[in-house]
Write a protein that binds this ligand. Structure first.
Ligand code: KIV
Ligand code: ZN
Length: 388
């Protein structure tokens, strides 16, 4: 059966770059944008052109070099923002303006000192104005996660009529539970007139560690775009992590959803963004962390050596990692030691392995991790007679 396409909207260079303490210059952003294009993302949100001359320049330059993806610029529901974004995007092969406004009661009251009706009018005006510059208009209902569903549906219906092609439903504060976020998408799918003309988009923040789960719940319930960043970087606890949603959809063919991302570039792209941002990837980060394919306990190591799938659901090569690693520690068993010893050139018989293993445990109790060079020392210290 043909799989349904889930569009990947990468916002590493916009929402991702809002991470405290990080700043990318235009040349760094260009390198990342070209890599995202090779990775196969459908949309690159290149920046927020009105926010600074530097951001304007970055969006303009990215618009010139991106070959495949749509290039998108963010605006508020403000005419000047939209004009500046349109100008920055003018060289893009496929430009998209991403405009919107806060729709939750707290945004309406405290941010805008306004009313639901006035906000709805501003949303429609902004979409109509953006549509006078480019065809592809994405509308975001900021804080949709905490917006009343009935009002949200009215806003969505009105902006589709005004020309919006994509409806972004951000859980701006990372508040929703997966069931709740999924139910919101389902409600919109079932209650917004004209919804078949637009794509619903998930934009989830990770304040409760639920960004990925919420995005997946969103697509299960009818959304067909996920907004995400490499390594999940972004404001506060970050955004949905691109590598996670891509691999979840790939590892669950039963969902019948596909992103078309070239997953073999995931690891190197993660490393590239981490270096350019000066933000290390946490070792236990799913998919791209340094421990994602590392096995350290004896029971797991034995299982993986016998058959990789015993403790791994992803082939590391599928995400661009050469192979799983067997980390030698005091918790490792003979199978792991024999495996690693073989890799550095020692084929140990069972009797030899027993002697080397005794020596190994003495070393391992003193050192957190046994490296290749330590294995040579251990073999020598064990005094077994082995041709290496
Ligand atoms: O989190 C959010 O609501 C956003 C919008 C500006 C799209 O990033
Ligand atoms: Zn956001």
């Amino acid at each position: 059966m043909r799989k349904d396409k889930v569009h990947i909207f990468d916002t590493t260079l916009r929402d991702g770059e809002q991470v405290p303490g990080c700043k990318l210059d235009t040349s760094q952003k260009l390198v990342i944008a070209e890599r995202l294009d090779q990775l196969g993302v459908d949309i690159i949100e290149a920046g927020f052109p009105i926010s600074s001359p530097g951001d304007f320049q970055s969006v303009s330059e990215i618009a010139k070099v991106v070959k495949e993806a749509t290039v998108c610029g963010l605006t508020r529901a403000v005419k000047k923002d939209i004009e500046v974004a349109a100008e920055a995007l003018k060289s893009a092969r496929i430009p998209r303006i991403h405009t919107g406004i806060g729709t939750s009661d707290s945004h309406i009251k405290f941010k805008f000192n306004s009313t639901r009706e006035k906000i709805l009018e501003r949303a429609v005006e902004a979409v109509k104005y953006a549509k006078s510059f480019v065809e592809d208009i994405e509308f975001y209902a900021e804080d949709a996660g905490r917006t009343d569903n009935e009002y949200l549906a009215r806003v969505c219906e009105a902006v589709i009529k005004a020309g919006a092609t994509v409806l972004n439903i951000p859980d701006t504060t990372g508040y929703c539970l997966p069931e709740e976020y999924g139910a919101k998408m389902k409600y919109l799918k079932e209650n917004v007139k004209g919804i078949e003309k637009a794509i619903l988009s998930c934009h989830c923040h990770n304040d409760l560690g639920l960004a990925t789960a919420n995005s997946i719940s969103g697509v299960i319930n009818g959304a067909r775009q996920i907004e995400c960043t490499i390594n999940g970087i972004g404001e506060r606890a970050g955004n949905t992590s691109l590598e996670e949603v891509v691999m979840i959809l790939r590892q669950h063919p039963d969902l019948n959803l596909d992103t078309g991302i070239n997953s073999k570039l995931l690891y190197s792209t993660s490393q590239m963004v981490s270096q350019k941002m000066g933000m290390p990837v946490q070792p236990n980060k799913a998919i791209v962390g340094s421990n994602a394919f590392a096995h350290s306990s004896g029971i797991h190591q034995d299982g993986v050596i016998k058959k990789r799938e015993t403790y791994e659901i992803i082939d590391p090569e599928d995400v661009g990692v050469n192979e799983s690693s067997i980390v030698l520690t005091a918790r490792s068993g003979r199978a792991a030691l024999a495996y690693r010893a073989k890799k550095v050139g020692y084929e140990l018989t069972k009797v030899q392995l027993d002697s080397v293993y005794d020596e190994f445990l003495k070393f391992a109790d003193r050192k957190k991790e046994i490296l290749d060079e330590d294995i040579h020392q251990i073999v020598i210290a064990s005094k077994v007679n082995i041709e290496s």
